[in-house]
Structures are given as structure tokens and as C-alpha cells.
Design a protein around this ligand. Structure first.
Ligand code: FMN
Length: 354
């Protein structure tokens, strides 16, 4: 997929982070580092530079946001999950979710499903689009998915997980990886499933350290990540309760995981991948990043849908300002990119005038 390359926004952002703040995250300067530095770890034969990774998030980790995070230092690009059942039809839903640009590599396509045949067929089909790896979602807690045995539903069926990974690891030419939770409250199978994934050819495992019932709240159990680390020799990616650049280091030290995956804390705050705390982000950095994110959204989805889908990001970008309701509403009701931008600039000007 080709898109007009943006201005050197991400480079500016990284430089700004570097000038004033902590050293660049390894992944942030991968273009120069790949020549000289050695990879931080490998997924199969795929070298990975960097240890912080944007989590796959349906509705958020699309190309515009993913590619920005990648440029700021996220070490891998995971697509949003894609229903294996929808792949054969190859409709717009699937095509949009799996579009990527070369500079995102390594790019991991994530699939979900409950039927090994469907998953294998879908994986073979999407492999033709040349991702670097295919990931199987075993963490989604949504009723419509988990109750049919897909997502975290798979964590109740270890034999099926074994079949899926054995077949994929034999049939695909690229690595297959998995993303799990801790299981269900009455069936915490994370140790078993982690072993099953590795023993059947999985090349990396990401663990969101919460149970299905916890959803997205309650404390993530980093001890469980540390426990899995002891069981596996493939790369382990820890996930849950990471809010700041310091948390990334803390999780790595505590659990011994190879990399840390960040979901919600990156929304409205992609600078976390450049090692920058949100409070340290200048208004100029915010302005240029929002401008570039909106530009990519409009280029990717077209002007109407691009703006509508940008609103949920905009809310998060302005959250630290706590603007009053009227300002927020005007911004989110803007019907054209120009009107949005006018409101956004007004908000920034008010902020700068403080
Ligand atoms: C809006 C949203 C969508 C998500 N979609 C996916 C998905 O498509 N695939 C997946 O494996 N996990 C998905 N997740 C889970 C995240 O990848 C991650 O495991 C979870 O948010 C915990 O990490 P965090 O505490 O850093 O947010 C989603 C989470 C959120 C909040």
C-alpha cells in the first residue's frame, strides 16, 4: 500500500523527545540502528529492534495510528484482529484492516476464530499479502466471540489450540504467534496454553495478564507473566497496567519479559514509544502529531469517514487539557477537516495564552 509520505513529523517528534528528554527508545531510530545495532530479539527469523510494542486494538490500531506509533518507536506493528471467517470473501472490512506500508515492518496480522480449518484457510490466504508473522487472538473477552469458542474461548480448549498452532507452524512460511489472557476465573489455563503454543511451533507469545472476567480493569498480574517466562524459551511479550515509559522498564525488570505491549495508555499518547512522558509533550509536538494523524486518517479512509473515525483519538489527545464541554462538543461536532482544525487551533491558542 502506498500513501503520500507525511512530512518528517515523526522524525521531529523523535528529535524533540531526544533533545530534551530521555534517550531514544531503540525502536525509535530503527532506520539508523538496523545498520549497526543487533536486534533486541527475534520472532522466528524476524529481527525485532526495540522492546515496546503497540497492542492490537480493534478500532484503534489501524494504519494511521499504528504507523505513527511505529515511527515513534513501537517495535512491531500488529493489525487489529480480523475474523478468520470473513477472510475468504476479502471484503473491504478485511482489506482495510490488513493494509500496511513497508516501513511498518515487522507487521503482524492478527486473526481470530474458533474453527481450526477456517483459521488455517484464512492464514494461508492472508500470507499472500506478505506479513512478517500471523498472530492468533486468544484473549478477546467479548461474549459474541468468547462464547463461540474464539478469542479467550480458545483458552478452554487446549487441544484445539495445539491443532491450530501445529498446522499453522507447518503450513505457513512465516512465524505464527499467539496472544493470550490468563484464562477464565474457573479455568486459568495460561500455563498450559503457553506451553501448548510453544510446543506446537508458536514463535512468540503475548500475555495480557488479566482473566476474561476482569475484562480491562482490576490489576494485571505481573507475577503470572514472570511465571510464564520461566516456562518458555520463545520471546514473551508482557501486557497490562503499563501507563508510562517507566512502567515499561518496571515490567521488564519484574517479569523478565522480552518486550512490553501497550494498549490504552498509547491512545492519545503515542509518544510513550519515544520514551516521553505525556506531561513532557509540548503543544508544538501535539499540534504536529495531531495534524499528521488526521492527515493519515483522511488519506486512508477518505474525508468523511476519516474525520468521524478521528474523533475518538481527538478526545484522547485533548484529555490532559480538560477543556470545558462546549469546546469539546464544538471540536467533535466539526463536520469538515477544516472546521475541526479551526476548533483545534483555537483550543491550542487558548492553551498557549495561559
Ligand atoms: C478498544 C480495544 C480494542 C482491543 N482490540 C484487540 C484486538 O483486536 N486484538 C487483541 O489481541 N487485543 C485487543 N485488545 C486488548 C489489548 O491488545 C490489550 O491486551 C489490553 O488493552 C490490555 O492492555 P492495556 O492495559 O495496555 O490497554 C483491545 C483492547 C481495547 C481497549
Amino acid at each position: 500500500m502506498t500513501f503520500p509520505p507525511g512530512p518528517a513529523l515523526a522524525r521531529d517528534q523523535r528529535a524533540a523527545a531526544h533533545d530534551g528528554g530521555p534517550p531514544l527508545h531503540a525502536g525509535a531510530s530503527r532506520h539508523s540502528l538496523t545498520m549497526t545495532a543487533s536486534p533486541d530479539f527475534f520472532i522466528g527469523h524476524i529481527p525485532v529492534f526495540g522492546r515496546a510494542i503497540l497492542a492490537p486494538m480493534d478500532g484503534f490500531s489501524d494504519w494511521p495510528f499504528r504507523s505513527l506509533c511505529r515511527e515513534l518507536g513501537s517495535a512491531l506493528s500488529y493489525t487489529e484482529f480480523v475474523n478468520a471467517r470473513e477472510v475468504p470473501a476479502n471484503g473491504k472490512y478485511v482489506r482495510d484492516k490488513l493494509r500496511f506500508t513497508e516501513d511498518e515492518r515487522p507487521i503482524v496480522f492478527q486473526l481470530y476464530g474458533d474453527d481450526p480449518d477456517e483459521i488455517v484457510r484464512a492464514a494461508l490466504q492472508v500470507q499472500a499479502l506478505q506479513p512478517d508473522a500471523i498472530d492468533i487472538n486468544m484473549g478477546c473477552p467479548a461474549k459474541s466471540i468468547a462464547n463461540r469458542g474464539a478469542g479467550v474461548g480458545l483458552m478452554r480448549t487446549p487441544l484445539k489450540v495445539a491443532r491450530i498452532f501445529r498446522r499453522l507452524s507447518r503450513m505457513l512460511q512465516i512465524p505464527v504467534t499467539g496472544k493470550i489472557r490468563l484464562g477464565w476465573e474457573d479455568c486459568r489455563t495460561y500455563r498450559l496454553i503457553a506451553r501448548v503454543v510453544e510446543e506446537n511451533g508458536g514463535q512468540a507469545l503475548a500475555v495480557h495478564a488479566r482473566t476474561r472476567e476482569q475484562g480491562y480493569s482490576g490489576r494485571a498480574d505481573w507475577d503470572a507473566i514472570a511465571e510464564i517466562r520461566q516456562l518458555l524459551s520463545i520471546p514473551l511479550i508482557g501486557n497490562g497496567d503499563v501507563q508510562t515509559p517507566e512502567d515499561i522498564a518496571r515490567m521488564r525488570n519484574y517479569t523478565g519479559c522480552d518486550a512490553v505491549m501497550i494498549g490504552r495508555a498509547a491512545i492519545g499518547n503515542p509518544w510513550i514509544f519515544a520514551g516521553l512522558r505525556r506531561e513532557a509533550v509540548s503543544l508544538e509536538q501535539l499540534e504536529s502529531l495531531v495534524r499528521e494523524h488526521l492527515r493519515r486518517n483522511l488519506a486512508f479512509y477518505g474525508p468523511e469517514l476519516g474525520l468521524v473515525l478521528f474523533r475518538k483519538h481527538a478526545v484522547q489527545y485533548i484529555r490532559p487539557f480538560m477543556p470545558d464541554r462546549a469546546v469539546r462538543t464544538r471540536l467533535l461536532r466539526a463536520e469538515t477537516p477544516q472546521a475541526f482544525w479551526q476548533q483545534f487551533e483555537r483550543l491550542l491558542a487558548a492553551r498557549k495564552g495561559r
